[in-house]
Write a protein that binds this ligand. Structure first.
Ligand code: LRH
Ligand code: MN
Length: 427
C-alpha cells in the first residue's frame, strides 16, 4: 500500500468540512488583523526532529511492555519515522542515538533515509550505559569520572559519534550524561565540573566546521543526590567556556516541578546560547510524556518566547527542535504524530499574540490586559490551520484516524516478529 495514496483517499471525506472551518476561522482572524494564509505557511514550514528511540515502546525502571510490530533495528525505525512524516509532514529530521543506532555502513543508512525523504538531525552519544565488551564501566560516571582512562573512553565515544554524524550529514552533536552522586560527599562538586569541562573541550576540538555541540542539563536521575550538569546556569557557563559552537539544550522534563522554563528559554535566547529543545511533558519528574499532554499552556508560553525572538530577529537565534519522549502505554507512532501536531499548534498560537498591544500593556503595567492577550492566542482553536497545512503538504487531515485506518501497525506486526524480553529501561 502506498501510504500517500491512502492518505489522500482518507482526506477526501474530510476536506469539505476543513474548507468550511478554515474559511470561518479566516474571517475571525481577519477581524483581528491576522492573515490566515500567512499562518498556514508558517505551520507548513515548522520542523521538529523525531527521536529514533521514540518509535519503539519505552519503559520505566520497573518494566517495558513491547507492543506489536516493534522496530528491531535502525532501518525499521526509519520506516516508522517515514510513516509519521507522511501523516504530519513536519518531521523529516531524525535524531539518532549511538550505539543503539550504530550502522554497519553509514552510506547505506544515509541512502535508506534519503529514499524516504528523511535526514539526520542531532546525534546523541551514550555514556550512561555499559556496552557489551566495553573496557571500562560508566558506573561511577563517564566524562567526569575520577579515572582519566574512563574519561578518555567516553571522549573517544563522543568523537566517534561526531565523526559518524558528519558522514550522515548531521550538523550537531548532543551530549547528555547521567554523571553525579547518590550521597553527600560522594562527588567533589568543583573538581567534577572541571573534569566535565576538560572532557568537553576534547570533544569540542573534534567538531567539524559548521557543526554545533549541544549540552543537555538535567536536575536528577540516574543520580539522585547531585548531577554534574544539573541546571541551565551551569550549562550556560560551560558553553561560554567552550566557545561559539557550544549551546545549551533544554529538555522540558529536566527541571524541578514548577520551574519557569519559558523564562530559562528567554534567558538563553538573550545570552545567545539556546541550542534548542527536547520537547515532552511531565507531571512530576523526567516523565517523558507526550508534548502538550500535561501542561499545554507552558508549551504555548515557551513558543511565545521563541516566536518573540524570531520576530525580533535576535542575533544567532537558530534553535533545533526535537521530541524526546518515552511511549509506555500508547502506540509510539500515534504519540509522535499527536506530539508533533501539539508543537505546531503552540507555534501557530504564539503568532496570534498581538505583540504591539502586549508591549503597551507591559510598559503600562497592565497585568490583566497582558495576560488576556496571551490567553486570547492560547484559546484560539487553530485546528483548521494545522489540518490545512498538513493537507497542502500531502499529509493527513486526521493523522491518527488515517493511521489506524491504514492498518500499518497490523502489517508491521505481521512482518516483524515480536521482540523477546520484557526487560526494564528506556529501550
Ligand atoms: C536523558 C535524555 C537524553 C537522552 C535520553 C534518551 O533523560 O533526555 O536526552 O539521551 O533521555
Ligand atoms: Mn532529552
Amino acid at each position: 500500500m502506498v501510504i500517500r495514496e491512502f492518505v489522500s483517499e482518507h482526506n477526501r471525506k474530510a476536506v469539505e468540512w476543513l474548507h468550511q472551518d478554515y474559511d470561518h476561522l479566516g474571517r475571525q482572524l481577519h477581524r483581528r488583523g491576522v492573515d490566515i494564509e500567512a499562518l498556514t505557511e508558517r505551520a507548513m514550514a515548522f520542523r521538529v526532529a523525531v527521536p529514533s528511540w521514540g518509535v519503539g515502546t519505552g519503559g520505566t525502571r520497573f518494566a517495558r511492555f513491547p507492543g506489536p510490530g516493534e522496530p528491531r533495528n535502525v532501518f525499521e525505525k526509519l520506516e516508522d519515522c517515514e510513516l509519521v512524516n507522511q501523516m504530519v509532514r513536519v518531521t523529516p529530521g531524525i535524531s539518532l542515538h549511538i550505539p543503539w543506532d550504530e550502522p554497519e555502513h553509514p552510506a547505506e543508512l544515509l541512502e535508506f533515509a534519503r529514499k524516504r525523504g528523511l535526514f539526520f538531525d542531532s546525534m546523541n552519544s551514550n555514556t550512561f550505559q555499559d556496552q557489551p565488551g566495553q573496557a571500562l564501566s560508566y558506573r561511577f560516571g563517564s566524562l567526569t569520572h575520577t579515572d582519566p582512562a574512563v574519561r578518555a573512553q567516553a571522549v573517544e565515544h563522543n568523537v566517534h559519534c561526531v565523526e559518524l554524524g558528519r558522514k550522515l550529514g548531521a550538523r550537531s552533536h548532543t551530549v547528555w550524561i547521567g554523571d553525579g552522586g547518590n550521597f553527600p560527599g560522594q562527588v567533589h562538586f568543583r573538581r567534577a565540573l572541571e573534569r566535565y569541562l576538560e572532557s568537553l573541550r576534547a570533544i569540542y576540538a573534534a567538531l567539524p566546521d559548521g557543526f554545533r555541540m549541544f549540552i543537555e542539563h538535567k536536575l536528577y536521575e540516574p543520580a539522585f543526590y547531585s548531577t554534574v550538569l544539573n541546571d541551565w546556569g551551569t550549562s550556560y557557563y560551560c558553553t561560554r567556556e567552550l566557545g561559539e559552537k557550544a549551546f545549551s539544550l533544554v529538555d522540558l522534563g529536566h527541571h524541578a516541578p514548577n520551574v519557569n522554563i519559558e523564562m530559562i528559554v528567554a534567558r538563553l535566547v538573550q545570552l545567545g546560547k539556546l541550542a534548542g529543545f527536547h520537547f515532552n511533558d511531565s507531571k512530576y519528574g523526567d516523565d517523558d510524556l507526550d508534548a502538550g499532554s500535561i501542561k499545554p499552556f507552558q508549551l504555548f508560553l515557551v513558543f511565545h518566547e521563541l516566536v518573540d525572538a524570531e520576530l525580533e530577529k535576535v542575533p544567532g537565534f537558530d534553535p533545533a527542535y526535537m521530541l524526546d519522549q518515552s511511549h509506555n502505554v500508547t502506540d509510539p507512532l500515534e504519540s509522535l504524530m499527536t506530539s508533533a501536531v501539539e508543537l505546531v499548534r503552540a507555534f501557530v498560537q504564539a503568532h496570534l499574540v498581538d505583540r504591539a498591544a502586549l508591549r503597551e500593556a507591559q510598559e503600562g503595567n497592565d497585568a490583566i490586559a497582558a495576560l488576556q492577550l496571551l490567553k486570547q492566542a492560547f484559546t484560539t482553536d487553530v485546528g483548521p490551520i494545522l489540518a490545512a497545512a498538513r493537507h497542502r503538504a500531502g499529509g493527513a487531515i486526521h493523522p491518527v484516524a488515517a493511521y489506524r485506518a491504514s492498518g500499518y501497525r497490523q502489517r508491521r506486526a505481521a512482518e516483524r516478529p515480536a521482540v523477546a524480553g520484557r526487560g526494564a529501561g528506556i529501550v
